[in-house]
Design a binder for this molecule. Structure first.
Ligand code: NAD
Length: 486
């Protein structure tokens, strides 16, 4: 195994990052680009040994990092953000090569947001305060004590964005971190290790173990020295991690899948509603928040479908490095097979593909809209994680809400309506961590983020991130000369 590979002109270390040093493994796994199926390189394939070493490094670094002043932690996180901003071009092209998402959105949206993740939580840390309060003359004082080594496990659909959305608050809180990136997208995490080292983050504060979740996941999540586990990924993996963490009662934050609805009422701005619907194909449908179930009020369903079909025909699908491309490939041949399996089973069960319904050359799937789907069918109930939408109609507001809430998920929901009162009534009844009205994907880091039901456990963002990554402590001090113990 070579220690370094060159990816689109950028040098990337293929080894783990443990205790401030690069560490190799005996074995490797092959990283492949979804753009053209070419081999990018061999990456260190972690085992339980490296997992334990990473947790040990995080444990050793914890006391000093936890004792570092808030101001100094914030300064270092801003230095990391500076480093990210200096390397936006490199991070963007490496991420695109690795996961096939658009280069232009990595450049203009995602990587600046990665830097913002560090800046936001650095600044938020400095605002954490709870006014002291009085109980019969005694003072209550609340502290956000760092919890300890935290294991962060992330998926491939937005690798650096999703991992730094966890790393930044965990480090800001004074915790040390072991990150396990997804095995399909290991590269930008390695670049982040370089950036944090250059920024002066002490050794062992951030550790990265590469490899398969099935091989090292249990070692990380069952380690008794781990004080927090934050996971973004699928429901089956979340169940496995929950079982593993249960042995030590390790607190978990789980951000999972979804099958979110887009409710389009007859009083909506139809062009806006169509734009919102077509937007759900972004990132080739590999977005947890995607509103993949379009629910349209009956009288406008035909016109909506006509305009949707027209707009979707303009989607440019191709090489994600081209500026003109709207959606790129899907991540892996296995994922493509999964997507096509869902679609073909739906069609066999009576669904009609208004557009798409098939693979294209390479690792691309045609944007697909399926109608004539039953509410209890697999295609309506299960997350596809590809460019596949279903369309159902409703006739009353109650029916719309009923259909919207009728899956085991509850991550997000979008409502398109021109009636403010209806918006209020409907949003009050929706079961979802995030609800958008006449918009989509507007996210502020101070908002609580997470899912209900099988879409997750807990919320992160703003104070909620610090509540999760800290052990909150209330200290009650008696007034001078207090004797009464009654
Ligand atoms: P996945 O669950 O297969 O893998 C996610 C991560 O878990 C990977 O790093 C993987 O290596 C690791 N893993 C696998 N087995 C493990 C084990 N036994 N122990 C510990 N870690 C293990 O999910 P995926 O297919 O990579 O990601 C797609 C899923 O993620 C979708 O369901 C999507 O909706 C969800 N997602 C959710 C959000 C959110 O914020 N709610 C964001 C993005 C993606």
């Amino acid at each position: 195994m070579t220690d370094k590979i060159t990816v689109a002109g950028v040098s990337v270390d293929t080894r783990h990052w443990i205790g401030g040093e690069r560490v190799a493994s005996a074995g490797t796994f092959t990283d492949v680009s979804p753009i053209d199926g070419s081999v990018i390189g061999e990456i260190a394939r972690g085992t339980a040994t490296e997992a334990a070493a990473a947790v040990a490094a995080a444990k050793a670094a914890f006391p000093a990092w936890a004792a570092t002043s808030r101001a100094e932690r914030a300064r270092l996180l801003h230095a990391v953000a500076d480093g990210v901003e200096k390397r936006i071009e490199e991070l963007a092209i490496v991420e695109t090569t690795d996961n096939g998402s658009l280069l232009r959105s990595h450049r203009r949206g995602v990587m600046p947001r990665v830097a913002h993740n560090f800046r936001f939580f650095a600044d938020w840390l400095l605002t954490l305060e709870h006014e002291d309060f009085d109980t019969r003359g005694h003072t209550n004082h609340v502290d956000w004590d760092p919890a300890g080594p935290s294991v962060l496990i992330t998926p491939w659909n937005a690798p650096l964005m999703l991992s730094t959305w966890k790393i930044a608050p965990a480090l800001a809180a004074g915790n040390t971190v072991v990150l396990k990136p997804a095995e399909w997208t290991p590269l930008t995490a390695s670049l982040l290790a370089d950036i944090t080292a250059e920024a002066g983050l002490p050794a062992g504060v951030l550790n990265i173990v590469q490899g398969y979740g099935s091989e090292i996941g249990d070692a990380l999540t069952s380690d008794p020295d781990v004080r927090r586990i934050s996971f973004t990924g699928s429901v089956p993996t979340a169940k496995r991690i929950s079982a593993s963490a249960a042995a030590n009662l390790t607190p978990l934050s789980l951000e999972l899948g979804g099958k979110s609805p887009l409710l389009v009422f007859a009083d909506a701005d139809l062009d806006l509603a169509v734009d919102l619907a077509v937007e759900q194909y972004d990132n080739a449908g590999q977005v947890c928040l995607a509103a993949t179930r379009i629910l349209v009020e009956e009288p406008i369903a035909e016109e909506f479908t006509r305009r949707f079909t027209q707009k979707a025909a303009g989607i440019v699908q191709g090489d994600p490095r081209d500026e003109a491309t709207d959606i790129g490939p899907n991540i892996h041949p296995r994922q493509l097979e999964k997507i096509d399996g869902f679609v073909q089973r739906a069609i066999a069960a009576g669904a009609r593909a208004v557009i798409g319904g098939h693979r294209k050359d390479g690792q691309y799937y045609a944007p697909t809209l399926l109608t004539d789907v039953a509410q209890d069918s697999e295609i309506v109930q299960e997350e596809v994680f590809g460019p596949v939408l279903t369309l159902q109609t409703f006739t009353t507001e109650d029916e719309a809400v009923g259909l919207a809430n009728d899956t085991r998920f509850g991550l997000a929901a979008t409502v398109a309506t021109g009636d403010k009162e209806r918006a209020g009534r409907v949003t009050a009844q929706l079961v979802a961590g995030t609800v958008w009205v006449n918009c989509f994907f507007v996210r502020d880091l101070q908002a609580p983020f997470g899912g209900s039901r099988h879409s997750g456990v807990g919320r992160e963002g703003g104070n909620w991130s610090f509540d999760f990554y800290c052990d909150l402590k209330n200290t009650v001090t008696a007034p001078k000369g207090w004797k009464d113990r009654g």
